[in-house]
Ligand binder design. Sequence first.
Ligand code: NAD
Length: 271
Amino acid sequence: MQAPTQPQVLAGQKALVTGGSSGIGAGVAVALAQAGADVVVAYHSSADGANEIVAQIQALGRQARAVKADVSCRDDVQALFEQSIAAFGTLDILISNAGLQRDAAFVDMTLQDWQQVIDTNLTGMFLCCQLAAREFLRRGPRPVSRALGKIVCMSSVHEVIPWAERANYAASKGGVKLLMQSIAQELAPKRIRINSIGPGAIKTPINREAWETPEARDKLLELIPYGRIGEPEDIGRAAMWLCSDAADYITGQTLFVDGGMTLYPEFADGG
Ligand code: NAD
């Protein structure tokens, strides 16, 4: 068994990560396990990817399960939560991370391009957050955490930065911002903490064309004052901290983890 590399700030906690078979979700799932959590790795299509993350988590001495679910489908989300709660007894943490892009010039964007992105990124978020909150309320306080439960919504810098030819994606993340804040306001009295992470450019399959070639990489780096493209581990550490008691007084916030992308770098030389 591998030695733990992090303080066990999530010891005894049970987490569910959607989109956990790749990219940011995989990085977060492993980071939560390194901090002591058992993790359900929810996946859409890559059973191999999910099983690989499950194996990494088990090698850390934690429990893990791979469960297939389409977050835009109510029945799938219901079954995902039922299976997760049957496996672990309850859930303390939801990382609502599944998302996708279907880019198109606005005048060419089909209703299907629009609907698929909204259904996954926003409606999927609604469905998962609702079932997580219901489970936190059903089972009551646990000694493992000061909060009744914690939710992290995977938003984007595009909850504030408009994005041409991706109106569907930016609208979905703008929607996530006010969904997150509204339910954080509603559920704070119940001691449920809900926050978002707004990643900048993180090296994952979703944006491969933006970092794969040296030319694309150089162009992308112009948008990142800190001078490097992010890694899933950068988001994993932020999610782990947001879910820990160290962040117990934080709710309704978006933590941008973006190397300064939201600092309007084009104004750095006076604009
Ligand atoms: P990714 O493509 O590796 O991960 C997205 C995951 O969501 C995949 O595992 C995919 O199978 C899953 N998914 C897609 N549709 C689904 C559905 N209907 N049901 C269940 N799962 C589904 O890309 P990523 O970069 O890791 O993206 C993760 C999240 O981070 C997304 O919400 C994305 O919008 C957000 N994000 C990413 C970046 C970045 O630079 N990579 C920046 C900002 C925000």
